[in-house]
Design a protein around this ligand. Structure first.
Ligand code: NDP
Length: 325
């Protein structure tokens, strides 16, 4: 069967995304050919497209998908043809009809997790798991500020933090999105500008501030996040939806109350197959027991990925966005 993918030959806007024919694919030693059934769209895909996160060109796009094992390369054990799997990977190239993937990167899917659910939940849910439990290590009774709380990662953070017993202050770009965040379990949902956000957070916390800020917005929210934190609070800056955070002086942290800052990336929290499986099992449990519900806001045909990028970058999406091959 002849396969195709979407790739960029040069960094650029959504119009840089073009179809590339791949011919027939064969898995190499240790690899598996996965036929994609649903592909997750993530903000990182736009960073690869623009070159904010440089990748060798021409480059595929997309770092997660769910599908079916179609062929096994030499030496692959523990997987069978027809098995349902999903993966997240550092190497972009999932915007494709099928892909060869190292066997060690695959996660077997339980029957309860459909292809669409897996592609909508895996990267974003593993990120939320790592940020809450292993990066910030937030405890019951803490207060967390969650930016872009109606977005893909944001909705999962809100629900999981709420389940842990954390007071969630959600921040969103519109009143409609704030209502979504509230329906996910946020105790408070703000849609004010970043200039008054810290003030609003202090008003909600008797002047104390939040214990942690989960901030995937980046440049535009950086100062508001720091100003909104309590003494010895934790800034988790994990994305650049509005652009990368500019260089800063560590003195900014001491003068605001001995703050901590982490700039985590998921791939440092799922380093080995075992670590990835433990995190995935924790996510699948949260999905099956109802702790975390996934909203698929928009589905696009794979060929229309550029439209998905336009919607994501224009802040028009909520929840997860999928591409269907
Ligand atoms: P989202 O669905 O959250 O979309 C991004 C949201 O950011 C928008 O909907 C918007 O919400 C908000 N936003 C604020 N300012 C801007 C702006 N200027 N342009 C565009 N969006 C803006 O995306 P994802 O769930 O895919 O990712 C969320 C963040 O998490 C991203 O920064 C991503 O890079 C990061 N991430 C990091 C990972 C890591 O390992 N470090 C892993 C996964 C994701 P609103 O209108 O409500 O403000």
């Amino acid at each position: 069967m002849s396969e195709w993918r979407l790739s960029v030959a040069a960094y650029g806007g959504p119009e840089a995304i073009a179809r590339e024919d791949l011919g027939a694919l064969q898995p190499g030693p240790g690899e598996v050919l996965v036929r994609h059934r649903a592909i997750g769209v993530n903000f990182i895909d736009t960073y690869h497209r623009t070159g904010l996160y440089p990748v060798p060109l021409p480059a595929g796009l997309g770092v997660e998908a769910a599908g079916v094992v179609e062929a096994l390369g030499e030496g692959v054990q523990g997987l069978r043809i027809g098995e349902r799997v999903a993966y997240v990977t550092r190497v972009p190239g999932s915007y494709a009809t099928a892909r060869t993937v190292p066997a060690g990167e695959l996660i077997s899917l339980p029957d309860s997790v459909t292809d669409d659910l897996a592609a909508a939940a895996l990267l974003k849910g593993l990120t939320a798991e790592a940020l809450i439990f292993r990066c910030a290590r937030v405890d019951k009774g803490a207060t967390a500020l969650v930016h872009a709380a109606a977005g893909g990662v944001g909705q999962i953070l809100v629900q999981w933090l709420h389940a842990v017993g954390v007071t969630v202050i959600a921040h969103c770009g519109s009143v409609e999105k704030a209502a979504i965040a509230r329906s996910m379990g946020a105790d408070h949902a703000l849609h004010c500008g970043f200039d008054t956000l810290a003030e609003e957070v202090r008003a909600l916390t008797n002047g104390r501030g939040a214990d942690v800020s989960f901030d995937g917005v980046g440049a535009e929210s950086w100062t508001a996040s720091l100003d909104a934190l309590a003494r010895r609070g934790m800034m988790v800056t994990f994305g650049n939806a509005s652009g990368p955070v500019p260089p800063f002086s560590p003195l900014e942290l001491s003068r605001r109350g001995s703050l901590f800052v982490s700039r985590p990336t998921l791939f440092d929290y799922i380093v080995t197959p075992e670590e990835r499986q433990v995190a995935a099992d924790r996510l699948f449990t949260a999905l099956s027991d109802g702790t975390v519900k996934i909203t698929i806001g928009k589905r696009f045909a794979l060929i229309d990925a550029a439209d998905a990028h336009r919607a994501l970058e224009a802040r028009q999406t909520t929840g997860s966005t999928l591409l269907i091959p």
